[in-house]
Design a protein around this ligand. Structure first.
Ligand SMILES: NC(=O)c1ccc[n+]([C@@H]2O[C@H](COP(=O)([O-])OP(=O)(O)OC[C@H]3O[C@@H](n4cnc5c(N)ncnc54)[C@H](O)[C@@H]3O)[C@@H](O)[C@H]2O)c1
Length: 333
């Protein structure tokens, strides 16, 4: 298959591209705006592959999309602003990319009659105290991030109903693994623990997430792209739930540090308490997650320990200012 992968220079997109190039005959064009979270370093080991090419551009730019989509059989859209904290401070980029960007891509897919897979999130359902959300649960997003992602999902579904476009939606739970930008919980805590910095935990740390190893999400997306029924959404959840504070404790243990490094800091406004997905529908299609959280977390910590070339430029650049603004603390050199 010839795939256009939008947002393929980010965390999940780059893992997806790597998995597909290694495990299939796919040709892949990545279209990416290279925001702070998108980095060519994430694709560095793939650049020499003749089946891979890169277009620098935004999904909301019809000319860039027309260039990148030229030879594609299908589109997979990862492109997004993804950090809830940033969506609270500057929501405009979230509206532009998720609403306008998804619209431009859908138009291009419709015109060329291409299959279109939208990568979405469990956050569109909002928080749930007990039980799990199914694909027919109402969308009830609570942050500008999740609200604009939910808006994009609705627009994607409307293209199926209105124009017959072959759309699919994959709603993943919280991902973790190699190449994740260190503003997100797991890499943030791993890098701080490795450096001996303080670990800022929001509120009481009892927010529960359903953790999914990034390679499992990549294989779930590929599975839905090939076997999913057009017009359907599929939840792709991880095998284990864990409270943030317990994630942090396990990371400290894996890094040989103790809990005295933990700082409880002012909670994020409107912080969702628990996300949980029921994934029976995608399992009925023949996919299941293969990585348990304990094993995946150990692998992830080892990857960050062994790949300082990847994170050192981030920790010594603009990320430091963002970090100080967000947590009122500084990172050690
Ligand atoms: N990280 C998670 O835990 C998680 C869980 C479920 C779903 N998702 C979804 O998966 C997708 C990828 O998430 P991620 O964690 O890899 O994000 P990321 O922030 O690491 O990467 C996003 C990528 O999109 C690119 N991008 C942003 N705006 C763009 C635009 N307008 N045009 C072109 N490229 C643009 C960025 O440069 C970057 O390469 C997102 O749609 C996100 O909502 C993420």
């Amino acid at each position: 298959m010839r795939l256009l992968v939008c947002g393929g220079a980010g965390f999940i997109g780059s893992n997806f591209v790597r998995t597909r190039l290694r495990g299939s005959d796919d040709e892949i064009v990545v279209l990416d705006k290279l925001t702070y979270a998108g980095r060519r370093e994430n694709l560095q080991d793939l650049e020499e592959d003749p089946r891979f090419s890169f277009v620098h551009g935004a999904i909301e730019d019809p000319a860039a999309v027309a260039t990148a989509i030229e030879r594609a059989d299908a589109v997979v859209n990862f492109a997004a602003e993804t950090h809830v904290d940033r969506s609270i401070i500057e929501p405009d980029a979230f509206v532009r990319t998720h609403a306008l960007g998804t619209f431009v891509l859908l138009e291009a897919a419709r015109e060329r009659e291409l299959r279109f897979l939208q990568v979405s999130t469990d956050e569109v359902y909002g928080s749930i105290e007990e039980g799990s959300f199914t694909e027919s649960s109402p969308l009830d997003p609570s942050s500008p991030y999740s609200a604009t992602k939910a808006g994009a999902d609705l627009l994607v579904s409307s293209y199926r109903h209105t124009y017959g476009t072959e759309t699919l939606i994959c709603r993943g739970s919280n991902n973790y693994g190699p190449y994740q930008y260190p503003e997100k919980l797991i890499p943030l805590m791993v890098l701080n623990a490795l450096a001996g910095d303080r670990l800022p935990v929001y509120g009481d740390g009892l927010n529960v997430r359903n953790w999914l190893f990034v390679e499992d999400f990549a294989s779930g997306i590929a599975h839905v792209l090939e076997h999913g029924t057009p017009g359907e959404a599929y939840n792709v959840g991880g095998p284990d739930e864990c409270a943030n504070i317990d994630v942090v404790r396990r990371i400290l243990e894996l890094c040989g540090r103790d809990e005295s490094l933990i700082d409880h800091v002012t909670d994020r406004p409107g912080h969702d308490r628990r996300y949980s997905l029921a994934s029976e529908k995608v399992r009925a299609l023949g996919w299941s997650a293969s990585m348990r959280f304990d094993v995946g977390l150990e692998r992830t910590v080892a990857w960050y320990r062994d790949n300082a070339w990847w994170w050192e430029p981030i920790r010594s650049g603009a990320y430091r200012d963002y970090y100080t603004r967000q947590y009122g603390q500084t990172l050690d050199d």
